[in-house]
Write a protein that binds this ligand. Structure first.
Ligand code: IPE
Ligand code: IPE
Ligand code: MG
Length: 253
């Protein structure tokens, strides 16, 4: 078979956007009788490897859930350490990300972060905003419900100002006001750490995303494990409401 055709088919089976709940850091550390924070630090190494792999495979967007809007409920000490780790990782990695043509973006309610962290985030985003390689999105103090609510507030104020009628509120309009509105929808969702739930991640965006759950804890989620998730994605038939026959016919044209 013609190599060009083959690679076009392979491309079709590679997700454009992968979204990951990086779970299991604490358990990874506890099993080694280490403090939970050691697991979070080990998790940063996994992030680096997954980012590298995405770059190599030409994946366009990688969205990582780093801190949920509910994670403030954790002991104050862990929250403080996580914020510190986020800041350090930003400081140490931004230049490298930029060198690799990666565009960094942070989604979530950043108003809760310290002024310094907010400034570092803004600096990192503006340094990398014109890069054309992988878009790396970090969800920090993010919640899917928060995202829908902030979009809804904008809609409500436009209606109040008389700029919009209720009939003009469509899925496309709401989508355009959510985080990630300018990026393709997630094709593949991965959750490590064994739990089978969405934990208030991308609620709207996951409508037709393929879901992949693994017991592997995030610090152990190596290249081979990531490739296993990508291989599982490649076997899925995405029907978007149509029948399997309709999809197969459209693909063979
Ligand atoms: C995920 O790992 C990282 C964050 C939520 C910040 P956890 O810290 O939730 O690890 P487990 O689930 O307790 O093992
Ligand atoms: C989800 O993990 C959030 C992140 C990975 C950042 P959690 O560990 O907070 O989720 P729950 O509490 O088990 O649902
Ligand atoms: Mg967890």
């Amino acid at each position: 078979m013609n190599g060009g055709v083959e690679s076009a088919q392979d491309d079709a089976k590679c997700p454009r956007h992968v979204a990951i709940i990086m779970d299991g850091n604490g358990r990874w550390a506890s099993r080694r009788r280490l403090p939970r924070f050691t697991g979070h630090k080990a998790g940063v190494e996994t992030v680096k490897e997954v980012v590298r792999t995405c770059g190599e495979k030409g994946i366009e967007v990688l969205t990582l859930f780093a801190f949920s809007s509910e994670n403030w409920r954790r002991p104050q000490e862990e929250v403080g350490l996580l914020m510190g780790l986020f800041m350090t990782a930003l400081d140490q990695q931004v230049r490298k990300l930029h060198e690799h043509n990666i565009r960094l973006r942070i989604i979530g309610d950043r108003s809760a972060f310290s002024r310094t962290l907010q400034e570092r985030i803004e600096a990192a985003e503006s340094l990398t905003e014109n890069n054309s390689g992988l878009s790396l999105v970090i969800a920090a103090n993010y919640g899917g419900r928060w995202d829908v609510i902030q979009a809804t507030r904008t809609i409500a104020s436009r209606v109040l100002a008389g700029e919009l009628t209720p009939d003009e509120i469509t899925p496309e309009l709401l989508q355009s006001l959510l985080s990630l509105s300018d990026l393709p929808e997630p094709d593949l969702f991965i959750r490590t750490g064994g739990e089978k739930r969405v934990s208030n991640f991308l609620l709207w965006h996951l409508a037709y995303t393929e879901l992949y759950f693994t017991d592997t804890l995030w610090p152990d989620f190596d290249r081979q494990a990531f490739e296993g998730a990508l291989a599982s994605f490649a076997t899925r038939q995405r029907r978007f409401g149509r029948t399997g026959d309709q999809v197969a016919t459209a693909q063979s044209i």
